[in-house]
Write a protein of this length. Structure first.
Length: 230
């Protein structure tokens, strides 16, 4: 019978860092939106009815354009044809920019499937004295259950995404990355420099040995546990 894994809690610091990561994804869209508001504010000052815009500074003019993003026009419909085009295009452009941006943020924060590598890296940055488990077969899954049962922070590496225990580990909130643990860049993303121990328990002796050698080169003081058949 497979070991039952308890649910682990994601550190608040990791969630905040991932939120910053998600906001970086929106940097381009937010820049486009800011330029749209600035251009709209300048156009409103330049082409607007003097009786209506004479008292508006640039910030106030940009705010009036901003209200159009939500179809809440502060001023009446203008007579100038340029401003009429602006009144029609700003809400439509705003809807697409905001809707796509919010959707992307929601995907980043609520569905980690598209950003798992970044999520694991962020989690690793928040961990200290954690354990890196290489291989999530029958043995690896039982080891994971024992470690989580003792309250240890664990990051898992599995070579293939179709492993028997992959979804179970993810459902419990375990940071898990799919990749070749023999890659030095991947090992560094797992925070090997700050890890307490690496457990290499794949079903390939050579892989376990190579991982152990690479890990020891990165962190000479780390503890190593290796599974060997022969």
């Amino acid at each position: 019978m497979a070991a039952k894994l308890r649910r682990i809690h994601t550190p608040l610091r990791a969630r905040l860092r991932f939120a910053v990561y998600a906001m970086r994804l929106l940097a381009g869209r937010m820049l486009v939106l800011a330029l749209l508001l600035l251009l709209g504010g300048l156009t409103l000052q330049w082409r607007g009815d003097p009786a209506e815009v004479a008292h508006l500074d640039l910030i106030a003019a940009c705010y009036q354009v901003y209200t159009q993003l939500f179809f809440e026009h502060v001023t009446g419909f203008p007579a100038d044809w340029v401003l009429r085009i602006l009144f029609f295009t700003v809400p439509i452009a705003g809807v697409f920019i905001l809707a796509e941006g919010l959707l992307k943020v929601g995907t980043s924060l609520l569905d980690f499937n598209n950003h798992r590598q970044a999520w694991v890296r962020i989690m690793a940055e928040t961990y200290r004295d954690h354990i890196v488990l290489i291989g999530l077969g029958h043995v690896g899954f039982r080891v994971l259950g024992e470690l989580l049962g003792r309250g240890r922070q664990v990051i898992v590496v599995e070579a293939q995404d179709r492993g028997q225990f992959i979804e179970e580990a993810r459902a419990r909130g375990v940071p898990l990355v799919i990749g070749d643990a023999r890659r030095e860049s991947l090992l560094r993303d797992l925070g090997i420099e700050h890890a307490r121990c690496v457990i290499a328990c794949t079903d390939n002796d050579l892989v376990n040995l190579e991982v152990a050698i690479d890990v020891r080169a990165i962190n000479p003081n780390i503890r190593l546990v290796m599974r060997f058949f022969d």
